[in-house]
Design a protein around this ligand. Structure first.
Ligand code: NAI
Length: 348
């Protein structure tokens, strides 16, 4: 690094982000300006003079934003998350480099998925409220054993495989689907239709792409077991929320455990407790006793926050020192599943 400090415009900054990023840079090697607002075409001008913009899952890095960043001389988009469906990666190719944090704590997300499942199955959310009110009745709290149930895991990457291990510990039967199955893994891969048909519980751990948007829809729900429990800690738009509401109303879906929601960017991470929420589908879901919703908090552990900050600074440092970074997100590599490019050189 030269004499000049690298300037980072940090968008969608929350208290816990500011604390973890300050802790990871005690010597203040970077000049970071924290903005509460998200990055969008209306706020992009705040990045004027910055070398890097640091963004999270709901910042909207569309074509207009990319054009403006390039024009202002910003060199790097540093995602402090794994998913990058909020960035127009194809458009950015050749214009501006993008880096991400591919894994910060896959344990955090997999453990949260199991926390949601246990809460739902053992009615902990109901019991908590009851005992707070000195209501010690057990009526309506009957759950079921997870032992012996079949869980279908969609996406057997880092998080999916940890969730698989956790489920194995509970004595569950495990089947899985992955677009790119791991060879010689011993995982019992099945086609999606079979997974829908056989699973008592289905958990999603794959990225959101154009092809799997709304992979849970009226047609696929029809193929599922009556009473199936859906867990989504991946990306909201994997599930067609209106079809989900309908499936629950029809009693086809037994419960939904959601850490993500397809229209979450308008509401998640904000306090709307004194407001009327305009999203009727979200309001309907929240009103249902068998829906548990957390607001994209699966990643939120102390370990994950520290890893996110360390990796983000390392990505920025690598890029500025070498002109490339092992954690680059590149449209070309993204398109070709078996791309062997390991980002040991510039993508463009
Ligand atoms: P990973 O890249 O290790 O694994 C993803 C797996 O999905 C890979 O095995 C890949 O082959 C598979 N896959 C790709 N396209 C697929 C498709 N169309 N259908 C089925 N499988 C497909 O990713 P990791 O770290 O396990 O993360 C999984 C997802 O979890 C991320 O994409 C992200 O959306 C979500 N996530 C959510 C967080 C939260 O706080 N709720 C935090 C971190 C990640």
């Amino acid at each position: 690094m030269g004499e000049e400090k690298i300037k980072v415009a940090f968008f969608d900054a929350k208290e816990y982000d500011i604390a973890s990023f300050k802790a990871a840079d005690p010597e203040e090697k970077y000049e970071v300006t924290f903005y509460e607002t998200r990055l969008s075409k209306d706020t992009v001008k705040l990045a004027e003079g910055a070398d890097v913009v640091c963004v999270f899952v709901n910042d909207d890095v569309n074509r207009k934003v990319i054009d403006k960043l390039v024009k202002m001389g910003v060199k790097l988009i540093a995602l402090r998350c794994a998913g990058y469906n909020n960035v127009d990666v194809e458009y950015a190719f050749g214009k501006i480099h993008i880096v991400r944090v591919p894994a910060y704590s896959p344990y955090a997300v997999a453990e949260h998925a199991m926390a949601l499942l246990l809460t739902s199955v053992r009615r902990i959310h109901k019991a908590y409220i009851r005992t707070k009110d000195f209501n010690f009745s057990l009526n309506g709290l009957t759950g079921f054993d997870l032992h012996g149930k079949t869980v279908g895991i969609v996406g057997t990457g880092k998080i999916g495989r940890i969730f698989m291990d956790i489920c194995r510990g509970f004595g569950m039967n495990i089947i899985a689907y992955d677009k790119f199955p791991m060879k010689d893994s011993g995982i019992d891969y099945v086609e999606l239709d079979e997974l829908w048909k056989r699973s008592d519980i289905i958990s999603f751990h794959c990225p959101l792409t154009d092809e799997n948007r709304h992979m849970v829809n009226a047609d696929t729900i029809a193929k599922m077991k009556k009473g199936v429990i859906l867990i989504n800690t991946s990306r909201g738009a994997l599930i067609d929320s209106e079809a989900l509401v309908e499936g629950i109303k029809q009693r086809k879906i037994g419960a939904a455990c959601l850490d993500v929601y397809e229209e979450e960017s308008d509401v998640f991470f904000h306090d709307y407790s004194n407001h009327i929420v305009n999203d009727d589908v979200l309001a309907r879901l929240i009103s249902m006793p068998n829906v548990i919703l957390t607001s994209h908090q699966a990643f939120l552990t102390a370990e994950a926050l520290a890893n996110i900050a360390d990796t983000t600074y390392k990505n920025i440092e690598d890029y500025h020192r070498d002109g490339f970074c092992g954690n680059e997100v590149c449209y070309k590599c993204n398109k070709v599943a078996d791309c062997k490019q390991e980002h040991k050189a510039k993508c463009f």
